[in-house]
Design a protein around this ligand. Sequence first.
Ligand code: TMP
Length: 211
Amino acid sequence: MARGRFITIEGGEGAGKSTQIGRLAAALRRNGQEVVETREPGGAPGALEIRKLLVEGATDRWDAVSELLLHSAARHDHIVRTIEPALARGAWVVCDRFADSTMAYQGYGHGLPRDTIDSVTRVAVDGCWPDLTLILDAPVDIGLQRAKQRGGGAEDRYERMGSAFHERLRQGFHEIARRDPQRCRLIDATGSPDTVADAIWLAVREPFGLT
Ligand code: TMP
């Protein structure tokens, strides 16, 4: 059985990731693939417990290093329990956020050095790296407004971090895309859901030779 493919969807708050992941997964299924839709932080029982610690409560609940380690622990659990078994049986994994979110949020957002994040991420991912990453890009005010309307219940710790923080991470995602053009595609997420879904399908079809 050939190993599956690993696609990650990244972006700031309210970029429309969940809608687009559902649509991409449906398109891949129509193409005959088994698809596992998953998300970070979360995607496995232990990682979900860690998620609660990260997305709820006061914005200063954790310092940046503790946050990096918690996201990385959740990621390793998610890989071991969910992602690797799916890829090994030939499924395609479509994941809402992955290691680029750590570089954007804990690196560009909170100011942790790139080397620190790279070295922890190397341990956490243990060679499990996406084949393709789609970064959904929208101006911060539009994204935060959408996120507010959606209302994440208690899960708004990062949304409350202020617009300067969110501007830094948007620039961070741009830089991540610039540094790794082979793997990353920056997608304009300001259009209608149909327009964004078309752009995503184009970006996915080409590298994997889908029809
Ligand atoms: P979500 O709202 O997209 O489910 O993600 C939860 C929050 O966690 C989101 O505000 C981004 C943040 N986050 C990080 O800060 N670092 C990470 O590594 C990941 C995966 C998410």
